[in-house]
Design a protein around this ligand. Sequence first.
Ligand SMILES: Nc1nc2c(ncn2[C@@H]2O[C@H](COP(=O)(O)OP(=O)(O)OP(=O)(O)O)[C@@H](O)[C@H]2O)c(=O)[nH]1
Length: 360
Amino acid sequence: MSFDTQDPIPVTVLTGFLGSGKTTLLNRLVRQPAMSNALVVINEFGDIGLDHRLVAQSDENSVVEMSSGCLCCTIRGDLSRTVQKTFDAIERAGGEPFSRVIIETTGLADPAPILHTLMTDYWLAHRLVLDGVICLVDAASGISTLNAHRESQRQAAVADRLLITKGDLVDEERLARLGEHLARINPAAEQVQVRHGQIAAEQLTGGSLSARQRGAEQWLSAASYAQVMPAGGAAPMNAGSLVSMMAPASRPSLTRHGEQIRSFCFTVEQPIAAERLEDWLDLLMSLLGEKILRVKAIVNVAGREQPLALHGVQHIFHPPEPLPVEACQDGISRFVFITNGVEPEAVTRLFDYFQPVQAT
Ligand SMILES: Nc1nc2c(ncn2[C@@H]2O[C@H](COP(=O)(O)OP(=O)(O)OP(=O)(O)O)[C@@H](O)[C@H]2O)c(=O)[nH]1
C-alpha cells in the first residue's frame, strides 16, 4: 500500500489511571458526528476485555480491541499491525476511510512508550500524526493515585490536556488542590473538568502539538528505562489448599504488569445471587481494601433480565449500571480484577467461600 502520498491522520492517545473515566468518555465521544469516521483502538488489561463491549459502536470495524497485553510493554508492535489491518479492511470493503484514530490505553499504561511507537514505527509514523495526549484524572482519588503510582504521574506528565473527572464527588477545595498538584507535574497542560464523560469532540482534538512533541520525546527516553515500582506484597498463600477450593469455572487466568500488579479474570457460568455478589464484594473490599486497584464486571444476576456493569476503583464501587441484554448474551458473568500485591487466589477463594449451600 502506498501511503507516502496520503495526508497523515490525527491520532489521539487517551490515557488516565484505572477507573478515571476513559470508557465513559469514549462512549459519549463515539456518538458525536465529529467522530463518525474515527477508529477507536481499545487496549485492555486482562484476558477477558470488557471495555470494548461497553463502548457503543456504529460499525464493527470502528472499535478494535487489543487485550493480549499492555500496549506500553508487551504488544507495541501489535499496535501498528492492528491499525494497518483495520485500515486495509475498510479500504477493501470500500468504506469511508478513517479520518481520525483514538487509542485508549490501559489504566496502568505508561504512555511514553506508546508515543514512542507512534513516532518510530515506520507505518504508523507515516500514516498518523500525533494530535494530542489526553489524560483523565479522577478528582476523588487523583492526588493519592498520583502519589502512589508512578504510571499515573507519567500519564499526567505527558498529557497535552488534563481532563478532571468526577468533580461532582468532591468539594471545590479538593478540586483546587488537585488542580495545583497537577500543575506542578505538568504546568503546560490545560485542565478541563468533565462530568460523566460529557465533552465536545472538538475539545479533545485539533491541538497543535508540534512544540510539545519534543518535550514528550525527551521525557520518553528517560521513562523507557524506568521500571514499575514494586510495592509491598501480600503474603504468599498456600497454593494447594487454594486450588482445592476453586471451582474449575472460576479458575483465573493470570497476567502480570510489573512485579506486584496483577490482572486476572474469571468467569461464572451460573447466574449469581445478588446477596452472594454483595457479600463477596463487601468482604473483599474490607479485607483487601486499597490493594484492589480496579474491579470491572458484567454480571448475570439471578432473577434479573438485564446484566449489570460493575465498576470498582480501589475501595469505591460505583452504582451498578444495567446493560442491554446483548452485553451478556451467553449468560456468563465476567470479572476483571487489577490488584496491587494481591494474589488472585485470595479473591477467588472468597468468592467460593460464599457458595450457595448444596443439597446433599
Ligand atoms: N460520579 C462520577 N462518576 C463517573 C464520572 N466519570 C466516570 N464515572 C464512573 O467511574 C467509573 C469508572 O469509569 P470508566 O469509564 O469505566 O473508567 P476507565 O478509565 O475506563 O477504567 P479502566 O478501564 O479500568 O481504566 C464508572 O462507574 C463511571 O460511571 C464522573 O464524572 N462522575
